[in-house]
Design a protein. Sequence first.
Length: 170
Amino acid sequence: MLLAMTASVVLVVSTILVLYETLRLTSEHLSDLPIPPRARILAVVLVTFVGHTVAVWIYAGAYWLLVLRLGIGAFAGTPVTSFEDCLYFSVVAYTSLGFGDHFPTSHTRLLAGVEALNGLLLIGWSASFTYLAMERYWPLHGKAHAHRSAKTGLDLEPGRERLFPPPPGA
């Protein structure tokens, strides 16, 4: 049980760091992209999806190592015999979809529960980040806004604190 608790802490910290770096790098470089606002919002969604995918793969690797290689913990139901099975289970746990054909037993239950909580928090975090990006770039979709901003050279939203840097030339 101590190993499962330690693994849980390591997995939570590593996945938080992965998503943090994903969001930080996106925030720093989003305004540098020479693409329209709509594509920037799409880029945010795709990059956060990649961050979550990496987090799921980290958990899948842990299940593969702990359960299939070291024999610590187990699964019941349909046999888990490959990395692909571990990856599938990880996606189900991370997204809080719910267990179906594979379900954890023994020490694996702790890892699965922690993964579900971690996934819930990280998905909420990325949803908040996506909202901020949309708040920043959504108004730039309108031609009138873009035209007025270009004509005056002024920020049409003065005093609003931004978490995203303004686009170049703004």
